[in-house]
Design a protein around this ligand. Structure first.
Ligand SMILES: Cc1cc2nc3c(=O)[nH]c(=O)nc-3n(C[C@H](O)[C@H](O)[C@H](O)COP(=O)(O)OP(=O)(O)OC[C@H]3O[C@@H](n4cnc5c(N)ncnc54)[C@H](O)[C@@H]3O)c2cc1C
Length: 333
């Protein structure tokens, strides 16, 4: 059922501290710079207002989705015939080695905070774009550190009630958490436990990693980082394992880029959508790319890997107004 725009706007306008925009072009809110309009975009830095909006949307059965900074999203060219909600509460509060962070805080701001105050544990995640709420959702990580190692608990809402989950209850796995299965649970606050660290050493690690990352992913590049998750070696079929050079297996994972290189992915282009010539798992919008070309390239790459290796690469990126490509087998994590 199409969204009853006027009635939805009237309902949401009654909620204080909620900023509304109708027909908001989502291309302006995604790092890919792709995506048609959302019927309504509703933002708030207030947990009370955000929760009230979520409740109103759910009680009325209006189609909706919650996003963060849009750095891991592919939005349909036709846009989203529903309400896009964003929680922007971004306070960072420290109590000794414990941080309490609003889900709308940039992960980079949290990393910078910890480096500045000599708190060890997330400095290697410097340069991962997006909010800390989304980082928990996708259990983001890089250079040996990931959210699951430092999250002590997560506060969430479903619009009616609030709950708290321990780290174990978040069911973290590689790029997975319970929030990917319970999309009705929206993260409001993240609690982190860190270790004491030495400011100069933390700064130096973060600085080095940031330089490497900025070369691989230039800050202006319109992309989503890795398109596909890496693969757990143990979960791959024995016939595939036998083909993988031992030196490319790191921490029990095989980079999806290796499979993509074997099927000639580097440098492929469709319209303005480009697979990087230097990294087969990096796809970017090289101008005025479309979601339809992006999805076509992703499907093409999946089909090539399936045909050559008989298993499916799983996308890391999330889809709005489009179907998430199906996971055809259980060979990946
Ligand atoms: C250049 C580049 C490099 C990257 N490098 C890495 C990397 O090294 N490691 C890595 O792990 N990722 C990486 N990513 C991916 C991306 O940065 C992460 O997935 C990030 O956590 C997404 O944050 P976001 O705020 O942009 O979320 P969005 O892209 O807006 O949303 C992602 C998902 O999170 C959900 N979500 C957002 N907020 C909430 C909330 N409060 N509660 C519940 N669900 C929520 C959304 O519904 C959506 O499904 C990279 C991306 C880019 C562009």
């Amino acid at each position: 059922m199409p969204l009853p725009l006027r009635s939805a706007l009237e309902t949401l306008q009654r909620i204080p501290d909620l900023v509304l925009q109708s027909d908001a072009p989502l291309a302006a809110h995604t790092r890919f710079g792709i995506g048609g309009p959302a019927r309504i975009l509703a933002d708030s830095p207030s947990a009370v207002a955000f929760t009230a909006a979520l409740k109103a949307v759910r009680d009325n059965g209006w189609t909706h989705v919650v996003i963060g900074c849009g750095t891991n999203l592919i939005v349909s060219d036709a846009g989203f015939d529903g309400i896009v909600l964003r929680y922007r509460g971004a306070a960072i509060e420290a109590n000794d080695l414990h941080l309490r962070v609003g889900a709308g805080a940039l992960l980079q701001d949290v990393v910078d905070f910890t480096v500045h105050y000599g708190l060890e544990g997330i400095q290697s995640m410097t340069g991962i774009p997006g909010n800390i709420g989304a980082a928990v959702y996708g259990n983001a990580g890089a250079y040996g550190q990931s959210m699951d190692q430092r999250v002590s608990s997560v506060e969430y809402t479903d619009g009616d009630a609030r709950g708290t989950l321990t780290a174990a209850e978040c069911q973290f796995e590689y790029r997975e958490s319970i929030f990917k299965r319970r999309k009705d649970w929206i993260i409001l606050t993240v609690h982190l436990d860190l270790d004491p660290g030495e400011v100069t050493a933390l700064y130096s690690t973060a600085f080095e990693i940031r330089n490497i990352r900025d070369t691989k992913y230039p800050p202006t590049m319109k992309c989503a980082g890795s398109i596909f998750k890496n693969c757990l070696f143990e979960a791959l079929p024995p016939a595939v394992q036998a083909q993988i050079p031992a030196k490319i297996v790191k921490g029990g994972k095989v980079p999806s880029a290796w499979f993509l290189e074997q099927v000639g992915a580097k440098g492929i282009r469709k319209g303005d959508i480009q697979v990087a010539a230097y990294h087969a798992n990096l796809i970017y919008n090289d101008g005025h790319g479309t979601a339809s070309d992006l999805v076509a390239i992703i499907s093409d790459l999946q089909a090539r890997v399936r045909s050559r290796f008989d298993f499916d690469l799983e996308t890391e990126v999330q889809f709005i107004g489009l179907e998430q490509p199906t996971r055809f087998s259980a060979q990946q994590v």
